[in-house]
Ligand binder design. Structure first.
Ligand code: NAD
Length: 416
């Protein structure tokens, strides 16, 4: 049987898997699973050559019962209505799990962003902002960066929304540059949250990070800073994979040199201080921890069979397929789910939104302390629930999130 890799079916099945563990009425449960609204737009782009091209774009609100929609904007060829809806559902669960006053949303454009000049990327972003403007707003939907978008893209997006609406509401988008109401620490917040989660799971098994061998997939906005944090905490990153391939060094990869090498235009497999290996070979290496920080479905059932580690901490969204999850559970490999481990970014986004609305910036220490507390509180809740109910960490997270969503819907009631 071929493995189901449809992300929407995967997340829907996952949410439904905790249905029997709750007393939530079936119709309310169905309401939580369904997306609220999906906007599909045609985004035109005038290329530098003068030619006009049209790309499909989306913005999905999955559940806004607990607050405005929150979720990133992704530019990637694999963007579809289903993949964006699945990611929006993940956001509803994540914001509920870490208990921040947001719902779940996501957006994106199906395109190859690397093929565009900077001016083209700006025009594409501004046109997309115009198209989804009716859904966006401080109290409606607050986008943020995701794969292949960054603070520069957020700045173009914000400027367009402000121009369209005649108001400079900085709280309409997060992940902005500091000069436009962004916050200190946002860029590394997801990575810091993953580090806190790694430390917490090890601590539950009376272990520390020092000397632990780690395999990391993805060296982008999440994986890059995470590699430095793990390295600084004494871990050994023995293998790193990205879209171009994978490298290995049994003594630990010098991530500082690697970062500099990549910044200077080098590629992973052009890095001299590690051996180039096959991506498939990478997953089978002996390690303490694996951290997938690239894209969905990275660990499928075949990879799950050969993995030789004790813990997987999901930094990417949806990196372990359903079939792989079952195999990992049978093999007693602990998986800390994405909606908990990578929540640092959205927590920091909620801090940015709060500071923008307040018109007052917190210092970096306040933000870091609050992020650490939020991540640890959510971790403890997940851990406690999994112990009490004797369920996996993923099921515990889903259960907590779904119950919070059901509670919000119940209090709000039905209208009309
Ligand atoms: P990014 O675009 O900055 O980096 C993506 C990384 O994945 C790159 O190193 C790229 O080379 C690698 N990659 C892409 N395709 C690959 C493939 N087929 N095989 C191996 N490696 C591949 O993206 P990011 O912002 O670092 O996001 C990574 C993941 O984390 C995504 O799932 C994203 O949704 C999730 N996430 C990101 C944030 C955030 O704050 N950026 C927050 C929460 C979750």
């Amino acid at each position: 049987m071929t493995e189901n890799l449809n992300p929407l079916k995967a997340i829907t099945d996952r949410i439904r898997s905790v249905r029997n563990l709750t007393s939530i009425h079936k119709s309310l449960f169905d309401l939580i699973v369904q997306p609220e609204r999906l906007l599909e737009v045609s985004v035109y782009l005038k290329r530098d050559s003068g030619e006009l091209e049209i790309y499909k774009g989306y913005r999905v609100h999955h559940d806004t019962s607990r607050g405005p929609g929150k979720g990133g904007i992704r530019y990637h060829p694999d963007v579809t209505a289903d993949s964006i809806t699945a990611l929006a559902a993940e956001m509803s669960l994540k914001t509920a799990l870490v208990d921040i006053p947001f719902g779940g949303a996501k957006g994106g454009i199906a395109c190859h962003p690397e093929a565009f000049s900077e001016a083209e990327l700006e025009r594409l972003t501004r046109r997309y902002a115009i198209e989804i403007n009716p859904l966006v707003g401080t109290y409606k939907d607050v986008p943020a960066p995701d794969v292949n978008t960054n603070e520069k893209v957020m700045a173009w997006f914000a400027d367009t929304i402000w121009a369209l609406n005649g108001q400079n509401t900085t709280s309409v988008i997060t992940g902005k540059p500091l000069a436009l109401g962004g916050v200190l620490g946002h860029q590394g917040a997801t990575s810091l949250g993953v580090l806190i989660t790694v430390k917490n799971i090890l601590q539950k098994h009376n272990k520390t990070l020092a000397g632990k061998k780690i395999i990391l997939q993805g060296f982008g906005k999440v994986g890059g800073p995470l590699a430095f944090l793990l390295h600084s905490a004494g871990a050994k990153i023995v293998a790193i994979g990205d879209i171009s391939g994978a490298i290995y060094n049994r003594f630990g990869i010098d991530v500082v040199s690697l970062g500099a090498h990549l910044k200077n235009g080098g590629s992973l497999n052009g890095f001299n201080h590690a051996e180039v290996i096959d991506q498939k070979e990478m997953w089978a290496l002996k390690a303490d921890l694996i951290i997938p920080a690239a894209l969905e479905n990275a660990i499928d059932s075949k990879i799950a069979e050969v993995i030789d580690c004790k813990y997987i901490v999901e930094a990417a969204n949806g990196p372990v397929t359903e079939a792989a999850d079952k195999i990992l559970a049978q093999r007693q490999i602990v998986v800390v789910p994405d909606i908990l481990s990578n929540a640092g970014g959205v927590i920091s986004s909620s801090f940015e939104w709060a500071q923008d609305r307040q018109g007052y910036s917190w210092d970096a220490k306040t933000a870091t302390d609050r992020l650490t507390n939020k991540m640890t509180e959510a971790f403890e809740e997940m851990w406690g629930r999994s112990q009490v109910n004797k369920i996996s960490l993923r099921q515990a997270c889903l259960l907590i999130a779904v119950e919070r969503l059901a509670q919000a819907h119940t209090y709000r009631g039905t209208f009309p």
